[in-house]
Design a binder for this molecule. Structure first.
Ligand code: AMP
Ligand code: ZN
Ligand code: FE
Ligand code: FE
Length: 297
């Protein structure tokens, strides 16, 4: 499986049929904390000659229809995805869902509930900031979030605009990051609940970027909880980590996936498709789901 997952750093500028056999299966849009709208992400994906992208907003699926509509003009396949915030034994884990039915009422209700929780959390973070002499209006943050789910990146942007910090990263390191004075934890699903939700809505579940502090024991517990795949290709995974997680996937009969975790230029010099997998990964997911879905119902 390892030879099918490759990183190809510079996005190609010319179009050939072989260039198009790539997929970036981890992207964020303005519906969560990405800076580009779904059509803008799709346009970049086209410019990078990708054959498919997955839209995987944090706890949010409302950007998928906009991406699907934009993709009609661009001949690009959109995989309907989501990145769920999960906690397991006190450890934060992100779980990517792929090929979810984003109109399924169970998923729609879940997302709505999460949005409400995020707004309550925003109130609590703003109260902490105000108590530290950094009052921000709720509106100044919500306007950054637009139609999408509101999160700490939007608060960081509003803090920069209000002149409370010099830049986005200072907002995290001084106030918003875990352990800093304005930190408020987010409501998170249990891992087993997240995996069940994704299966119930027809999708498969992948552990996102395990290289970001997810111990191997936790990965193995996710395997027992029914996880289907591991994200091996990610900007924060070097060669050693990629190989390590590919071995874990092979040993446990899991699929592998990957992408750039694109946030629309929030990270310096990032572009859709900077980290990618071969389109064969998408085909493997489809084959897997055609069998697994019957077992899940
Ligand atoms: P939230 O979902 O509101 O907890 O925000 C999570 C997002 O904030 C992550 O996806 C990152 O994009 C960003 N983030 C979290 N921690 C940091 C940090 N220390 N520095 C910069 N960005 C961060
Ligand atoms: Zn993010
Ligand atoms: Fe993540
Ligand atoms: Fe992500």
């Amino acid at each position: 499986m390892s030879n099918q997952l490759q990183v190809k750093p510079p996005a190609p500028t010319t179009s050939t049929s072989t260039d198009r056999a790539w997929a970036d299966l981890h992207t964020h849009t303005t519906y969560s904390d990405g800076l580009l709208s779904p059509p803008e992400v799709v346009a970049q994906a086209k410019a990078a000659n990708l054959r498919a992208i997955a839209v995987t907003d944090h706890d949010e699926i409302r950007g998928i229809d906009a991406a699907l509509n934009a993709a009609k003009d661009f001949d690009i396949e959109i995989v309907s995805g989501v990145e769920l915030s999960v906690t397991h034994k006190g450890i934060d884990v992100h779980i990517l869902g792929y090929f979810v039915d984003h109109h399924n009422s169970k998923l729609v209700a879940f997302v709505k509930d999460f949005q409400q929780e995020r707004r309550l959390r925003l109130d609590r973070i703003l109260a902490k900031l105000a108590a530290m002499g950094k009052p921000l209006s709720k509106e100044s943050v919500l306007i950054k979030a637009g139609t999408g789910s509101v999160g700490r990146p939007h608060i960081a942007d509003a803090m920069v605009e209000a002149g409370f910090v010099e830049n986005y990263y200072d907002a995290f390191s001084l106030y918003l990051a875990d352990g800093r004075p304005a930190y408020v934890p987010k409501k998170k699903l249990a891992a087993a609940e997240a995996i069940k939700l994704l299966h119930d809505v027809g999708g498969l579940a992948a552990i996102a970027h395990p290289g970001l502090d997810v111990p191997d024991e936790i990965i193995l517990e996710m395997v027992h909880a029914g996880i289907d795949a591991i994200e091996t290709v990610h900007p924060r995974h070097g060669d050693a980590r990629r190989q390590h997680y590919t071995s874990i996937a092979e040993a446990n009969g899991l699929l592998t996936t990957g992408g750039s975790d694109f946030h629309g230029g929030r990270k310096i010099n990032e572009r859709v498709g900077d980290f990618r997998v071969t389109y064969e990964v998408v085909e493997k997911m489809k084959n897997y789901l055609s069998k697994a879905r019957t077992a899940w119902v």
